[in-house]
Design a protein. Structure first.
Ligand code: FAD
Ligand code: AMP
Length: 475
């Protein structure tokens, strides 16, 4: 039993927990950060799902596979011919591992520089903000904190009759580690992760079929966006089967036989590998002792108020463990807001302005309300849009698929939301987030000077088009 006392104990070292730890150290708190994750080498691997098996490694593979795809399909139009192109999947996976390792090491250095105590082990909240730590090596001990932040993140959902074996049937972890491109890859779920990982392996030569139970692709964005996305994915050869609900998967002679129902008919397909990407759930199992006083919702998330307070005094919860979008930047901003609230400042997070990105090609990014949301809420709105095909820069780059749409309040002109499908949508959405955070109107964006020729001119023109005065298209 340790008698160590901390101002703040944080359970979970992902983008929610580690960012909270660094901000707390900046505010002179004595911090203990507990995270159980270890790398292949048995060493501590802070950074959570996001750094180790999520955001970062998936983007490393998306970038590698994009280079390979461009060389094969897009260079010829620029007059560049490349003979004998080949792909070594092992080198690609090694590069991804190095990127992750470098960032794991960077985090450990940041903890040291900020005098954050780091425990590589499992944390369990007992009562009165005491936490039992079970280190990856050594005996358990108990610590106490003035405050505790729970930031244990999420784990993948599974579905009945589909058992993850880590080799043939995998979740996100396995899909980032294939030793070679499977000849046929099945993906259950055409959500963010399914589309990103499906894109990686399609570009590397796999035949990819995605099964999506819903009848609509990406219902989180408006139909014009999801239709444009479906068109581009189809061109790339991704076979997305909507209204296809997977009932089970069996291993037969080293292959995976997937059974699914579509339009009332049962069919099957056989694959070399199957990725299950049907969403994620809060990692609340084993986190709370019986006396913790922390309530769960019926979905197993930690119940919190708008400031991330749980039902137990001075115990807070953030990130994938609680309501709201399961996104790394949302987790981080909640971490900062909670720590600043603890320090007596005005911690603040606006869930209405969290940007979303799908890193397919083209990228898809959005923020705020969709047309669908506003119609349901009875809010009068107007829209403006602009295609990248009408921008000089998009055409010069040879990357001009997609468009920008801006949605503004019909009366006040305040921007309520935006959606972008196109090159660098992940970067461009930031301009809209800033404008919305400053309560800006489409008129404001339309009057701001955008450099020429840039892709961001599509945002400028879409803003002008809200009032039917875009220059480079007929309004
Ligand atoms: P996590 O990152 O899950 O971190 C929690 C950590 O706590 C983990 O290391 C876990 O092992 C540890 N832990 C759990 N319980 C305990 C315990 N009791 N004691 C000690 N340690 C514990 N989001 C984006 O914003 N952008 C993206 O591009 C993106 N891509 C993704 C791609 C994939 C394939 C996946 C799976 C996810 C992706 N996400 C992305 C989502 C993002 O990873 C999560 O939203 C984010 O990691 C949540 O952060 P967190 O801090 O809440 O939890
Ligand atoms: P996301 O929540 O973005 O990770 O997406 C997960 C997707 O998986 C959702 O669009 C679900 O509709 C889909 N899904 C869940 N269960 C099944 C299933 N049994 N068969 C096919 N798709 C599924």
């Amino acid at each position: 039993m340790s008698d160590k006392k901390f101002d703040l104990i944080i359970v979970g070292g992902g983008p929610g927990g580690y960012v909270a730890a660094i901000r707390a150290a900046q505010l002179d708190m004595k911090v203990l950060l507990i995270d159980d994750r270890q790398g292949d080498d048995g060493k501590a691997a802070p950074g959570g799902t996001c750094l180790n098996v999520g955001c970062v490694p998936s983007k490393a593979l998306l970038d590698s596979s994009k280079h390979y795809h461009h060389i094969q399909h897009d260079y010829a139009a620029h007059g560049i011919s490349v003979d004998g192109v080949s792909m070594d999947v092992g080198t690609m996976i090694d590069r991804k591992r190095k990127v992750v390792k470098q960032l794991n090491g960077g985090l450990l250095q940041l903890f040291k520089a900020n005098k954050i105590e780091f425990a590589n082990g499992w944390g369990k909240l007992l009562s009165d903000r005491s936490v039992e730590v079970t280190p990856c090596e050594g005996d358990s001990y108990t610590v106490a904190g003035q405050h505790v932040i729970l930031a244990a993140g999420s784990v993948p959902f599974t579905i009945p009759n589909v058992e993850i074996d880590g080799t043939h049937i995998v979740d996100n972890v396995g899909a980032l580690e294939f030793g070679e491109a499977p000849e046929r890859l099945g993906v259950i779920g055409a959500g963010v992760i399914g589309l990103e990982m499906g894109s990686v392996w399609k570009r590397l030569g796999s035949e990819v079929i995605l099964f999506e139970a819903m009848d609509e692709l990406l219902p989180v964005v408006d139909k014009d966006m999801s239709r444009a996305a479906a068109r581009e994915f189809k061109k790339q050869g991704l076979d997305i089967r909507l209204g296809a609900k997977v009932a089970g998967a069996d291993l037969v002679d080293g292959k995976v036989k997937v059974t699914y129902t579509k339009d009332g008919n049962e069919s099957s397909e056989t694959f070399d590998r199957l990725l299950v990407a049907v969403g994620r759930r809060a990692a609340s199992e084993g986190l709370l002792g019986e006396e913790s006083g922390v309530k769960l919702t019926d979905r197993g998330q930690i119940e919190v108020d708008a400031h991330c307070r749980t039902s137990a005094e001075n115990v807070w919860a953030i990130g994938d463990l609680v309501r709201g979008p399961m996104l790394a930047h949302k987790a981080s901003e909640e971490g900062v807001a909670v720590v600043e609230t603890i320090a007596g400042q005005h911690g603040h997070i606006n869930l209405d302005h969290v940007p979303w990105v799908i890193y397919t090609d083209p990228e898809i990014a959005w923020v705020g309300k969709t047309e669908k949301d506003l119609a349901e809420a009875g809010v009068e709105y107007k829209t403006g849009s602009f295609p990248f095909a009408a921008t000089g820069r998009g055409l010069a780059m040879g990357d001009a698929a997609g468009h920008v749409k801006i949605i503004a309040d019909a009366e006040s002109d305040r921007i309520l939301g935006a959606q972008i499908i196109g090159p660098t949508a992940s970067e461009m959405i930031a301009e809209i987030v800033v404008t919305m955070e400053f309560a800006g109107a489409s008129e404001d964006l339309g009057r701001i000077i955008h450099a020429h020729p840039t892709l961001s001119e599509a945002i400028h023109e879409a803003a002008l088009s809200v009032d039917k005065r875009a220059i480079h298209k007929a309004n």
